[in-house]
Design a protein around this ligand. Structure first.
Ligand SMILES: Nc1nc2c(ncn2[C@@H]2O[C@H](COP(=O)(O)OP(=O)(O)O)[C@@H](O)[C@H]2O)c(=O)[nH]1
Ligand SMILES: [Mg+2]
Length: 571
C-alpha cells in the first residue's frame, strides 16, 4: 500500500479527482460540502488496475488552511500534484511544491484538471507552464496527465500512471519501530477512542501496548482498521485507524504521536538543516514567531542559528530548534518552518540530532552516527539506537566509542592501575565503561573489587594476620596492631569475616557450620546457644557472633530460643 497526498491550489479540482478515483467524497464535513471547499484533511482509497491498493490524503488548497495541509503530508509516500488547465500555476501550487520538497517527498504524478474547459492550444500552454515550474524539483520527471472530471476523460491514463507511481515508490521501511502521527481523533459508538494516521516503520497488532507522546501515556490497541475493514495486524506504509483503550478521546489531539514502547526517545530540541526558500524576501534570524511542522504536529518553536547570525534566502544552514513539548523523532525526519507573524513559509529541512549535547556555539551537526558517538564519547549502544535509529556493534561491553577514545581510555586506566601499586585500583571508583575496559587489559586481573597487575601477585594471599586469626579458631584475638586497610582487604577477599565486632577466619565459620549441621543431625528440633557454646568450647562473646553469622548466611535460623536448620545448612 502507498499513501499519496493531493497538492495544489484551491479549486483546481483535487477533491473532485479523489472522488472520481475512489468513489469517496473526501470533503467529509457539511460545511465543506456546502461551501465546495476543502477545509480539513479527507481520506479515501482505491484499488488500481494492477490490483495494488492506494490511499489518498486530500488536503485543502486554500492558504488559510495550510496548517491542515501540513498535517496531512508529513508521512505520505508520494503526491498527486494538481494544476487546473484553466488557471495554470498559482501561489499555492508553488508553496505546496516547496513544502513537499522540504518534506523529502521524492515521487509524484502531475494532473492537469479541467481540460474540458480549455482548447487544445491552452492545454498545451498549461502543460509547458507546469513543466517549467517543476523543472529542477523532484517532479521534473513526473508524468503529466490531463483529465476532465465530468466525462472521466484521462482517468484511465491517470490510473495507469498511479500504478507506475506505486511501482517506483519505495515501500516504507520496517525496522520494528512503529510510529503513527495522529491526524484524526474521534469516538466510535461502543468502542471508545479511535485515532487515524499513516503508520510508518513497524507493525501494530491487536492488544499491543503502545505509548502516546508527548506525555508517555500508555494505551492498548483494542482494534485495528485499514481501508474500512478490521484486521488483527497492520504493516507500515498504511492508513490505519486504531481503537485505543487507556486514554480518553479529549486527551488526544492531531499532532500527538503513537509509538512502540521503548523504541523512541522523545526530545524537546533538535539540530537540523534549514533550507531557506529562495523566494523569501528577507534573511532568517533567531528572532521571529516560528511554527514548526513535524509529523502531523504544529508546534511553536524557538530557533537558534548554528554558526551564523542570519541565513539568506536560497541558502542552507543549521539550526537548533527548541520545542515546548518532547516529541518522538529521529535523524532523517523532516520538518517545515513557518513564521506565524508574517504568515509565511520560511523553509524546512532534515533533523540531524534529536538530543544535541554540544553547546549551540560549537555545534556542527551532520546527522552521522560517527558524529553522534564522537560528541558523546562513550555511549550505550541501546541509547545510541534510540538517538540515531541505527544499531551499531558495541566496541566493548555494551558501549560504542571512537577508536581514539578507546585507546586513550585503555592507556589512562592502565596507567592508573600500574601506579596504584600492589593494592591496585578500586573498580567501584571507575566509570562503568572504564570497568568494561579493565576487563580487556592484558596482564590485569580483577579480584575482590580491585584491579591490579597480575605480575604484582596478591599481597594478601598468605598474610600473617589471616594466619594469626585462623590459629585462634572459634575464639580468635585480633592483634592490637592490625591495620584497617589490611583487615578490609582480607575481608574483601573473603579470608576474614567480621561479625558484631569480632574478626573470624573463614575456616572458623565453615567449622561452625559443620558443627551446627552435626547438632541438628542429632536433634532436628534445634539447639540452644548454651549447647553450641559447650560443643564449640567458647564463651558467649564468640558463640553469639558465630551464630549470628550462620543465621545471616542462611545456614541456621532462629526460632524462639532454638537454632533450627536454614535453607543453606550443609548436609
Ligand atoms: N469542468 C470541470 N470542472 C471541474 C473539474 N475538476 C473540478 N472541477 C470543479 O472545480 C471546482 C473545484 O473543485 P474541487 O475538487 O473542490 O477543488 P479543490 O479545491 O482543488 O479540491 C468544483 O466545482 C469542481 O466541480 C474538471 O475536470 N472539469
Ligand atoms: Mg478540495
Amino acid at each position: 500500500m502507498r499513501v499519496v497526498a493531493t497538492a495544489g491550489h484551491v479549486d483546481h479540482g483535487k477533491s473532485t479527482l479523489v472522488f472520481a478515483l475512489t468513489g469517496t467524497d473526501p470533503d467529509r464535513f457539511e460545511e465543506e460540502k456546502r461551501r465546495g471547499l476543502t477545509i480539513d484533511l479527507g481520506f479515501a482509497h482505491a484499488t488500481l488496475p494492477s490490483g495494488a491498493g492506494i490511499s489518498f490524503v486530500d488536503v485543502p488548497g486554500h492558504v488559510r488552511f495550510l496548517r491542515n495541509m501540513l498535517a496531512g503530508v508529513g508521512a505520505v509516500d508520494a503526491c498527486l500534484f494538481v494544476v487546473a488547465a484553466t488557471e495554470g500555476w498559482k501561489p499555492q501550487s508553488e508553496e505546496h511544491l516547496r513544502i513537499l520538497e522540504m518534506l523529502g517527498i521524492r515521487n509524484g504524478v502531475i494532473v492537469l484538471t479541467k481540460r474540458d474547459l480549455v482548447d487544445a492550444e491552452s492545454l498545451e500552454i498549461a502543460r509547458l507552464d507546469v513543466a517549467d515550474h517543476v523543472a529542477g524539483t523532484f517532479l521534473a520527471e513526473a508524468p503529466i496527465v490531463a483529465v476532465a472530471a465530468p466525462s472521466g476523460a484521462g482517468l484511465d491514463e491517470l490510473r495507469t500512471a498511479l500504478d507506475e507511481l506505486v511501482a517506483r515508490t519505495p515501500r516504507a521501511p520496517d525496522r520494528g519501530r512503529a510510529r503513527l502521527w495522529i491526524d484524526r481523533v474521534f469516538a466510535a459508538k461502543g468502542s471508545g477512542t479511535v485515532v487515524t494516521g499513516t503508520l510508518v516503520d513497524g507493525s501494530v497488532r491487536r492488544d499491543d501496548q503502545l505509548v502516546v507522546e508527548p506525555g508517555a501515556r500508555s494505551v492498548r490497541v483494542r482494534g485495528i482498521q485499514t481501508l474500512g475493514a478490521g484486521v488483527d495486524a497492520i504493516a507500515p506504509g498504511n492508513r490505519v485507524a486504531l481503537n485505543l483503550s487507556g486514554v480518553a478521546q479529549d486527551d488526544l489531539h492531531r499532532g500527538d504521536c503513537v509509538v512502540a514502547p521503548g523504541r523512541w526517545r522523545a526530545s524537546d530540541r533538535f539540530d537540523a538543516t534549514l533550507d531557506v526558500l529562495a523566494t523569501l524576501g528577507h534573511e532568517v534570524s533567531r528572532r521571529g514567531a516560528y511554527m514548526a511542522y513535524v509529523g502531523s504536529r504544529e508546534v511553536p518553536v524557538r530557533l537558534r542559528l548554528l554558526g551564523a547570525d542570519g541565513l539568506a534566502p536560497g541558502t542552507r544552514g543549521s539550526v537548533r530548534v527548541f520545542l515546548p513539548v518532547p516529541l518522538p523523532m529521529l535523524p532523517g525526519d523532516r520538518y517545515v518552518l513557518r513564521e506565524s507573524g508574517r504568515d509565511e513559509t520560511i523553509g524546512g529541512g532534515e533533523v540531524l540530532d534529536i538530543a544535541p549535547v554540544t553547546k549551540a556555539s560549537h555545534a556542527a551537526p551532520d546527522g552521522t552516527v560517527a558524529r553522534a558517538i564522537a560528541e558523546r564519547g562513550w555511549v550505550d549502544v541501546g541509547e545510541l539506537e534510540l538517538l540515531t535509529g541505527v544499531a551499531v556493534e558495541p566496541v566493548i561491553g555494551h558501549w560504542a566509542t571512537t577508536p581514539e577514545l578507546l585507546e586513550a581510555t585503555r592507556l589512562r586506566v592502565r596507567t592508573a592501575i600500574e601506579t596504584a601499586g600492589e593494592h591496585g585500583v578500586d573498580t567501584a571508583a571507575l566509570a562503568e565503561h572504564e570497568r568494561a575496559v579493565v576487563l580487556t587489559l592484558e596482564g590485569v586481573i580483577v579480584q575482590g573489587g580491585r584491579a591490579r597487575l597480575a605480575s604484582s601477585g596478591d599481597p594478601y594471599a598468605d598474610h600473617p594476620l589471616a594466619a594469626a586469626i585462623k590459629a585462634g579458631g572459634f575464639s580468635p584475638e585480633t592483634p592490637p596492631d592490625a591495620d584497617r586497610t589490611t583487615i578490609r582487604e582480607l575481608t574483601r577477599r573473603g579470608l576474614l569475616v567480621e561479625r558484631d565486632g569480632v574478626l573470624f577466619h573463614s575456616d572458623a565459620i565453615d567449622d561452625a557450620a559443620a558443627l551446627a549441621s552435626d547438632l541438628l543431625g542429632a536433634d532436628p528440633a534445634g539447639f540452644t546457644v548454651a549447647t553450641f557454646r559447650e560443643q564449640a568450647g567458647v564463651s558467649r562473646k564468640y558463640a553469639l557472633p558465630l551464630l549470628a553469622e550462620l543465621d545471616a548466611r542462611g545456614i541456621t535460623r532462629r526460632r524462639d530460643d532454638l537454632r533450627i536448620a536454614g535453607p543453606r545448612l550443609p548436609a
